[in-house]
Write a protein that binds this ligand. Structure first.
Ligand code: ADP
Length: 284
């Protein structure tokens, strides 16, 4: 408990104004505490779930090995079950490890310790790189089934940015597009440079996001389709990180979507136009 709200006297006195200011500060602090508590609860829950699965798998393996050793059996069924149990343990530990990296990144971002390495970046080159990686990711996706990855408009554009972070952001978007698009779907990457804004869009013909959910998907740990996201290895942190990176570049990410039709996520970044004659390294 952080203390009592003050009674505001029924006049326009300075004491009244002070009391009102105090109360609104108190509300804000209480809200921050609640956010913090919820975050810790979410983190513990998200990490405990895969941990429980892995513990169960290890326990099962141990019992199977003891049984196998005592009976001297080497049946194919045993082998298959061992394989499956190990696979599950492996993918759950990978999930946890990704989640921990994502959380560390967000914690660094919150504390101001995450520094961007700014430099002029050719977005069209970066987009091509993301396009190639996305094709590879689509080929390897779980529960496979063909997806078509296309390139739409390909303007040229420069931004002042951290190329690694921007690549990470775009790969988060294409990774989602792959996760939430059923086989036979199309994912289109495009780049437009207009009116001082560089727009990179990732469009899919996937499951879509309702209007109500669109307001929440950038929140930490929010997942519209929990079962599907979990199955696909999602943590609900990807878009929070992507939005943070966009804002750290003075940009933002917007979403347009219709349920069962598809989604378009657009990254907006201010265009960088080096002064004529300036060396590419110089900052504006
Ligand atoms: P996750 O790891 O669960 O994918 P994200 O933060 O990347 O977490 O996304 C949050 C949620 O937004 C997802 O769980 C999913 O419900 C929804 N979402 C994100 N991208 C898409 C998309 N392209 N199509 C449909 N739903 C999406």
């Amino acid at each position: 408990d952080l203390g009592q709200r003050l009674n505001i006297p029924n006049d326009a006195s300075e004491v009244g104004q002070l009391a009102a200011t105090f109360n609104s500060m108190l509300d804000r602090i209480q809200q921050l505490f609640r956010t913090q508590e919820r975050l810790i609860a979410d983190v513990s829950h998200e990490l405990r779930t895969p941990l429980t699965t892995v513990q169960g798998n290890l326990e099962l393996l141990r019992r199977m090995l003891i049984t196998a050793a005592s009976s001297g059996s080497r049946t194919p069924l045993l082998h298959e079950t061992l394989q499956e149990t190990l696979n599950e343990a492996e993918s759950e530990t990978a999930r946890m490890s990704n989640m921990v990296s994502d959380l560390l990144l967000l914690a660094q971002a919150d504390s101001g310790a995450l520094q961007l390495q700014l430099q002029p970046v050719e977005m069209d080159t970066l987009l091509l790189d993301v396009y190639r990686r996305t094709r590879r990711m689509a080929e390897q996706r779980k529960g496979a089934g063909a997806l078509e990855i296309r390139l739409g408009s390909e303007d040229q554009a420069m931004v002042l940015g951290d190329p690694e972070r921007l690549r990470q952001l775009l790969l988060n978007l294409t990774d989602n597009a792959i996760k939430y698009t059923p086989s036979g779907g199309v994912i289109t990457l495009s780049l437009e440079n207009r009116d001082g804004w560089v727009k990179v869009a990732v469009s899919d013909t996937g499951i879509g996001i309702s209007e109500e959910e669109q307001a929440q998907i950038f929140d930490r740990f929010y997942r519209a389709d929990k079962a599907r996201s979990r199955e696909m290895g999602g943590s609900g942190l990807g878009l929070s990180i992507a939005q943070w990176i966009a804002q750290a570049h003075n940009g933002r990410i917007t979403v347009e979507s219709q349920v069962q039709q598809g989604s378009t996520f657009t990254l907006w970044l201010p265009e960088y136009s080096p002064l004529p004659g300036a060396s590419p390294e110089s900052r504006p």
